[in-house]
Design a protein around this ligand. Structure first.
Ligand SMILES: Cc1ncc(COP(=O)(O)O)c(C=O)c1O
Length: 459
């Protein structure tokens, strides 16, 4: 077994804050962007400009070194700058530049296709190429409709599927993502994600499906509002990623499979974020033995080095149909294929998933302490390296406290730890190879940031 990461990464001192972010050089760059870039881009930026990344750290232009618990929106799985992923990608770029893989392919195209079909659920026997996760989801939606001849896709509140017109309307993480689109992009019906802490449903009803979300779909949606014969299928994140790291209860999957089977609906697992080891399984669907009809991949598939996405599906979806145009010019560029193959090699050779289990144990312990200490911490969740804190105004109403969440996120940055506070929860997404002691250190800072933010707000 080779080591999990290059030994040099152990030498990096992090966090180390030399100048409160934004330091002077960062401020200069951010101010420059402030008058030229899209205002919606600059308003969401963290308060620094990066000078470089190594392993699980980010150094900014003022010399601050941050512990990175965002991992480029979970697209850098194995630490930044892994030579064994970078080098094959560089070699492929030097050899081919880009080629539009819809015109001609390389051996890497076939190799990556075979490798993906080997490691994904057995139900999936074909692949299509995509540039990124958004494009993989776009293709999935197109193919689900074409394969069934039906227009509607059932999706879930809390889910994020991208920000292109179709994927923004398919998702329902936060209303502003689909703002202006609902009336223009029909064909998606949303139901609450099976979310133990926030579910509006009581226990499953006697004589029902065994799961309260599926009872709701059957008893309410399909009875009152939606003819199942109009439904192409279901699009679901097997573990909710950006929407707050939520794993459905075990009762959900058999009840969902039975529903899909009964109405001949296709089941599509969007594993763009949960896939490639992030939840402690190579793919989150494995945990429940789910055999989807389609699976979308992206983000970490490129090893944090190159953009690449993929749609995997059954013969019915990708074997029997050949006249639906899909994808875009840079999909599966040779460098992207080489990076993805090298990434799969790392997963095969190194105990990455074992490390993810250790990181999950650290997170569960530290998050549990936080919830025990502060009534403002309503719920905490950790599924592998998807970890989340939900702040509430009080435990009784469980009303979200996004102001406190933002304050904690900002305080963490000041103390040198990066997390993503932009969702309905504070999301903590470390590298899958981060040493558990480093994550423990990050959680010391999370705890200090919560204390400080509560003190500042006088609570
Ligand atoms: C579950 C899921 N699907 C699709 C996407 C879109 O992927 P990308 O933005 O990398 O194209 C994301 C991105 O966050 C995601 O989390």
């Amino acid at each position: 077994m080779s080591p999990l990461y290059p030994p040099a990464w152990d030498e990096i001192e992090a966090p180390s804050i030399a100048a409160e972010p934004p330091g002077p050089r960062s401020r200069e760059i951010l101010d420059r962007l402030g008058s030229t870039a899209y205002a919606g881009l600059t308003s969401g930026l963290l308060p620094f400009a990066a000078a470089g990344k190594e392993g699980w750290t980010v150094t900014d232009v003022d010399g601050n070194v941050f512990l990175d618990c965002i991992s480029a929106s979970a697209s850098v799985p194995l630490g930044a700058g892994r030579r064994e992923i970078l080098e094959p990608a560089i070699t492929a770029v030097e050899r081919f530049g880009n080629e539009d893989s819809h015109s001609f392919v390389t051996e890497l195209t076939a190799e990556l296709g075979d490798r993906l079909l080997e490691v994904t659920p057995k139900s999936l026997t074909r692949f299509d190429i995509a540039l990124n996760g958004t494009e993989a989801v776009e293709i999935a939606v197109k193919m689900m409709r074409r394969a069934t001849g039906r227009p509607v896709i059932l999706a879930f509140h809390g889910s994020y599927h991208g920000e292109s017109t179709t994927t923004a309307a398919l998702g329902a993480e936060a209303a502003e993502i689909s703002s202006g689109l609902r009336g223009l992009v029909p064909g998606f019906v949303h139901v609450p994600y099976p979310h133990e802490y926030r579910s509006p449903f009581k226990a499953p009803r006697p004589g029902g499906s065994g799961d309260s979300t599926i009872d709701f779909i059957r008893d309410h949606i399909l009875f009152h509002a939606l003819d199942p014969a109009d439904v192409a299928g279901v699009m679901i994140e097997p573990v909710l990623g950006s929407g707050g790291c939520v794993a459905p209860p075990d009762s959900f999957w058999p009840a969902l499979s039975a529903l899909c089977h009964e109405h001949d609906w296709l089941l599509c697992a969007d594993e763009v974020k949960s896939g490639m080891g992030r939840t402690g399984y190579l793919f989150a669907a494995e945990r429940w033995g789910v055999e989807p009809d389609l699976m979308c991949l992206g983000k970490a598939l490129g090893g944090g080095v190159m953009p690449i996405g993929a749609l995997l599906a059954t013969e019915r979806v990708l074997g029997e149909i050949d006249d639906v145009p899909t994808g875009s010019t840079w999909a599966w560029l040779p460098g992207g294929c080489a990076a993805a193959i090298a990434t799969l090699d790392v997963f095969a050779a190194e105990p990455v998933l074992q490390n993810v289990a250790e990181l999950e144990a650290v997170a569960r312990r530290r998050l549990g302490e936080l919830r025990d200490r502060h009534p403002e911490v309503g719920d905490v969740r950790a599924e592998g390296c998807l970890q989340a804190i939900e702040f509430v105004k009080d435990r009784e109403t469980a009303n979200l406290d996004l102001e406190l969440q933002n304050a904690v996120g900002a305080e963490m940055v000041r103390r040198g730890v990066l997390a993503d506070p932009s969702s309905t929860s504070l999301n903590i997404q470390p590298s899958l190879v981060m040493p558990p002691a480093q994550l423990d250190k990050a959680y010391d800072i999370v705890a200090a940031a919560v204390e400080a933010s509560l003190a500042i707000s006088g609570r």
